[in-house]
Design a protein around this ligand. Structure first.
Ligand code: SF4
Length: 278
């Protein structure tokens, strides 16, 4: 696929093929992935065993009541469009119920494809940052390369060293982030990889801060200024974002938002949506 490939985009500019489309997926997250009984899941489920709530049409039988039934984890999961790619492209639209002999391979490809699509999602966002123009050429090259990898055979995809690939792409994303945040006036805080679980940061000035990979579980960021902050990989489970301003926040995903707490006063970056449970 050429770097000039025109992928479908939302009104705000992000690629729509990097967003989950459950209607075109064979319920892969509900069959391929394991989960353990916890605050996020009501029961244990082994990898490769379809969830008991997965209907024959690959829809969830308790979709409207997931949180009430103890499946909060399902409401914060995002495949970044990997489900429909594996279902419709890698396996050509033939599902694992009709072709059970393909189930094992399909379930093995899905978690790898999810990581590839997550990377594509970040690179796509970086390409939308005007300030990151100095690295756009390299980002376009990386995008094309990852795209090609997603179009490989099941065997080639499962054999990929995604960690090595991530190690190549991360410096580009970091550079894009630095270029974008350099426009923010004043001193920008660096909390990269910090353990801020439960921290009291209500009203904090974190504009343009690096919170890359920060542990922010149950932290109080109510009313915080997070404009243009880099939140790639930050753990936002139960983080209080009520009244926080996330305008222009970088590399924030819908899954991160879904795991956090917020309210009508939380300002979100386009094109992310307000989670239904806020
Ligand atoms: S509860 Fe529903 S969404 Fe969650 S794994 Fe089962 S079928 Fe999928």
């Amino acid at each position: 696929m050429s770097p000039q490939h025109e992928a479908p985009r939302s009104a705000e500019g992000r690629r729509t093929d990097l967003q989950a489309d459950c209607a075109d997926c064979f319920g892969l997250c509900c069959a391929a992935l394991p989960f353990a009984r916890s605050a996020d899941f009501a029961v244990d489920k082994a990898a490769g065993r379809p969830c008991s709530h997965l209907r024959t049409d690959f829809r969830c039988g308790i979709h409207e009541r997931l949180r009430d039934e103890g499946y909060r984890g399902c409401t914060v999961f995002d495949c970044f469009g990997a489900g429909q790619k594996v279902s419709q492209v890698t396996f050509g639209g033939t599902d694992w119920r009709r072709a059970p002999e393909s189930a094992r391979a399909m379930f093995a490809v899905f978690p790898v494809m999810r990581q590839l699509h997550e990377l594509l999602r970040y690179v796509d966002e970086a390409l939308g940052l005007a300030a990151a123009r100095p690295v756009h050429k390299e980002l376009r090259r990386a995008l094309a390369r990852i795209e090609d990898l997603t179009l490989g055979s099941p065997e080639s995809i499962t054999a990929l060293d995604v960690n090595a690939l991530r190690g190549e792409v991360n410096p580009l994303l970091l550079r894009a982030s630095e270029l974008a945040r350099a426009r923010v006036p004043g001193r920008r805080k660096n909390h990269r990889g910090a353990d801020l679980a439960g921290a009291r940061l209500a009203g904090a000035d974190l504009r343009g801060a690096s919170l890359r990979g920060a542990l922010l579980v149950a932290a109080d960021l109510g009313g915080a200024d997070l404009r243009d902050a880099d939140l790639i990989g930050a753990d936002l489970r139960d983080t209080d974002l009520r009244g926080a301003d996330l305008t222009g926040a970088l590399f924030l995903t819908q899954a991160q938002l879904n795991a956090a707490r917020g309210d009508a006063a939380t300002t979100l970056p386009a094109p992310l949506g307000r989670p239904a449970h806020w």
